[in-house]
Design a protein around this ligand. Structure first.
Ligand code: FES
Length: 160
């Protein structure tokens, strides 16, 4: 990726050293790196392999197993549209379509500017307020297409 020059290598090394270059801490190290970039950039994997003496396949297994860690770029904001039954009945598809159109991405993808990742989730327990979506930690219910787009735009404007 063209991101390689943006990697803060001193910071990556600091994280590795914070855990005493201990291979047992691979998960924590990957989580800390993920907190910095919202994903573990591919360029970092060979460095983890070399410094921690772990197999590349282990790095991939950790990323596959733990949902909070991704090897694909993730947006600064994670949008989750509930597609559970109650929300589906209340028009979740329309919300998903509106966001896909607005952001020019498909479900599961991230915008080129790394601002948003769009995901579908099963019931998040707010069925009575459906259709529902979450943006990071916030939950928004009673959505229609326009409101959903407006909420996303609000997050776009908050960027400095
Ligand atoms: S089905 Fe969407 S919150 Fe339950």
């Amino acid at each position: 990726m063209e991101n390689s020059e943006k990697i803060d290598w001193p910071k990556i090394n600091q994280i590795i050293e914070k855990y005493n270059v201990n291979r047992e801490a691979l998960l924590m190290i990957m989580q800390d790196i993920s907190d910095m970039y919202n994903y573990v950039p591919p360029e970092v994997i060979p460095v983890l392999v070399e410094r921690l003496g772990v197999r590349k396949s282990l790095v991939y297994s950790v990323a596959t197993f733990y949902k909070t860690i991704s090897l694909e770029p993730r947006g600064k904001h994670i949008i989750k549209v509930c597609t559970g039954t109650a929300c589906h009945v209340r028009g979740a598809d329309k919300i998903m379509d509106a966001l896909k159109e607005h952001l020019h991405i498909k479900e599961g993808e991230t915008t080129d500017n790394l601002m948003f990742t769009l995901e579908a989730v099963r019931c998040i327990g707010c069925c009575a307020s459906g259709p529902v979506m979450t943006v990071d930690q916030e939950t928004h219910g009673g959505l229609d297409r326009a409101t959903a787009v407006k909420i996303i735009e609000g997050h776009n404007k908050n960027v400095t």
